[in-house]
Design a protein around this ligand. Structure first.
Ligand code: CMC
Length: 376
C-alpha cells in the first residue's frame, strides 16, 4: 500500500491539549499558565514558578511560605539513598546518577501509588527538593569532596550553591541561576515531557515517568546540548577559528550545538533574557579567559546568523552561564533536570486528568509475509 502522510519526529503533529504552557508564535513569547515567562524570570522565584506550574497560579504570601517550608524540610537524602549513590562508579555521568536516584526514590517510596493529583504533587515536591541534594553531592564526589548538608535557612537557589561550593555567591550570580531555572522549567510537548506523558499514559507511576524523561533529556539534541556547547567552544578554541571550523562542520553536516529549534524558527524567545543575565556575569569577571570565551561565544552566534540564519536556543547562553558560575560541564544537564522536573510533573498530572494510552501507528516497509524455513 502507498505510504500514508508520515510526520517523522512528529513534526507539526498536535497530539493533545495542554493548559500548562504555550509558545505564541506571533509575539515570539512563551507563557506559563498564561504569564509570559520573560515577565516571570528575574521577578519571581523558581519556587513560585513551580507552584504556578503545579497549581495553576502564583502563590499568595501564606501559600508561598507553606510551600517553601515543605520544600526545605524535604531536601535531605536518607542514609540508604546517599549510600547507594556513593557506590556508583565515580566516572559515571551525573545524568546517570540522577536517573538512578529517581528510580531508587521510586523503589523506596512506601506510599501506595494511588496516582491522585495530591499524591503526585507530594512526590513532585519531594523530587524538587531532593534532586539538588543529589546533584550537589555528586558534583562534590567527582571532585573528591565530602557532601555538604542542605541548609533550611536558605532559599532553593542559594542552598544549591551552598551544597555545591560551601558558600553562596553574590546576588548577581544567584539571580542569573534563578533566571535559568525559570526559563528551563517548562516548554510544552518537548521530547522529555512527551516521554513522561507516554509513560504516564500506561498508568505507570510518576517515578517511572520522570526516570524516562531524564533519559530523554540526556541526549545532545535535547538537554545534553548545554553540555555539548561547552565541548564545542573548547574544540573551536578562539574567535578567529570560527570561520574555518564552521566550514568543516558544515561540510561534515554536523549539527552546531545550542543552535536551532523545532518550534522557534526565528530565535528562541527565552534567549534574550538569558543572554543578558550571562552578559552581566561576563562583565563582572576580571579573568581574561572569560573575555576570550565570551568573544568566541559571540563570534559563533554571529557567524551562524550570517551564514545559516540559524539562531541560538536557550542552551547556548545557559551553557556559558553555568561555566561562569563554576559548575563543571557534566553538571549542566542535571541543572536542567532540577528545573524541568516541575514541567514534567505538571504534565504527568495533566495527562492523568484526561488520559488516553499513547500508542501511535507505523507504516510497515519490511519484508512481505514469508514462510518460516524448516529448522535444520
Ligand atoms: N546546526 C546546523 N544546522 C542546523 C541546526 C544546527 N544546530 N539546526 C537546524 N539546522 C538545519 C538542518 O540541518 C536543516 O537543514 P536542511 O533543511 O538543509 O537539511 C534545517 O536547519 C532544519 O533543521 P531540522 O533538523 O529539520 O530541524 P529540527 O526541528 O528537526 O531540529 C534541533 C531541531 C533542535 C534537533 C536541531 O536544530 C539541532 O540538532 N540543534 C542542535 C542541538 C541543540 O541545540 N538542541 C537543543 C534544542 S532546544 C533546547 C533543549 O531542548 O534543550
Amino acid at each position: 500500500p502507498a505510504a500514508p502522510d508520515i510526520h517523522r519526529g512528529l513534526t507539526g503533529v498536535v497530539v493533545d491539549t495542554t493548559a500548562i504552557s504555550t509558545v505564541i508564535q506571533e509575539t515570539n513569547s512563551l507563557t506559563y499558565r498564561g504569564y509570559p515567562v520573560q515577565d516571570l524570570a528575574g521577578r519571581r522565584s523558581f519556587e513560585e514558578v513551580a507552584h504556578l506550574l503545579w497549581y495553576g497560579d502564583l502563590p499568595g504570601p501564606a501559600e508561598l511560605s507553606a510551600f517553601q517550608a515543605r520544600e526545605r524540610a524535604l531536601r535531605p537524602l536518607d542514609r540508604t539513598t546517599a549510600e547507594v549513590l556513593a557506590r556508583l562508579p565515580r566516572t559515571c555521568h551525573p545524568m546517570d546518577v540522577l536517573r538512578t536516584a529517581v528510580s531508587f526514590f521510586g523503589a523506596e517510596d512506601p506510599a501506595e501509588d494511588d496516582g491522585s493529583p495530591a499524591a503526585n504533587r507530594a512526590k513532585s515536591l519531594a523530587l524538587l527538593a531532593k534532586l539538588p541534594t543529589v546533584v550537589a553531592a555528586d558534583h562534590r564526589r567527582r571532585h573528591g569532596l565530602a557532601p555538604i548538608q542542605p541548609d533550611p535557612s536558605l532559599g532553593y537557589a542559594e542552598n544549591f550553591f551552598h551544597m555545591c561550593f560551601g558558600e553562596v555567591p553574590d546576588a548577581e550570580v544567584v539571580r542569573c541561576f534563578e533566571i535559568s531555572l525559570v526559563l528551563y522549567a517548562e516548554h510544552s510537548f518537548n521530547a522529555s515531557t512527551f516521554t513522561a506523558r507516554v509513560v504516564t499514559s500506561t498508568l505507570a507511576d510518576l517515578y517511572s515517568a520522570v526516570t524516562a524523561a531524564i533519559g530523554a533529556l540526556k541526549g545532545p539534541l535535547h538537554g545534553g546540548a548545554n553540555e555539548a556547547v561547552m565541548h564545542m567552544l573548547g574544540e573551536i578554541g578562539a574567535p578567529e577559528r570560527v570561520g574555518p571550523w564552521l566550514d568543516e562542520a558544515f561540510a561534515a553536516k554536523r549539527k552546531i550545538m545550542g543552535f536551532g529549534h523545532r518550534v522557534y524558527k526565528h530565535g528562541d524567545s527565552r534567549v534574550p533574557l538569558m543572554q543578558e543575565a550571562t552578559d552581566r556575569l561576563v562583565a563582572r569577571s576580571t579573568d581574561p579567559a572569560t573575555a576570550r570565551l565570551a568573544a568566541l561565544h559571540t563570534a559563533l552566534r554571529d557567524a551562524m546568523a550570517t551564514r545559516k540564519g540559524i539562531h541560538p536556543n536557550l542552551d547556548y547562553p545557559a551553557g556559558l552561564a553555568y561555566h561562569l558560575m563554576g559548575f563543571d560541564v557534566p553538571t549542566f544537564t542535571p541543572l536542567f533536570v532540577m528545573s524541568r522536573v516541575t514541567g514534567w510533573t505538571a504534565h504527568i498530572t495533566e495527562q492523568l486528568g484526561h488520559n488516553a494510552l499513547i500508542r501511535p501507528l507505523a507504516h510497515y516497509d519490511g519484508p512481505g509475509q514469508r514462510p518460516v524455513p524448516a529448522a535444520s
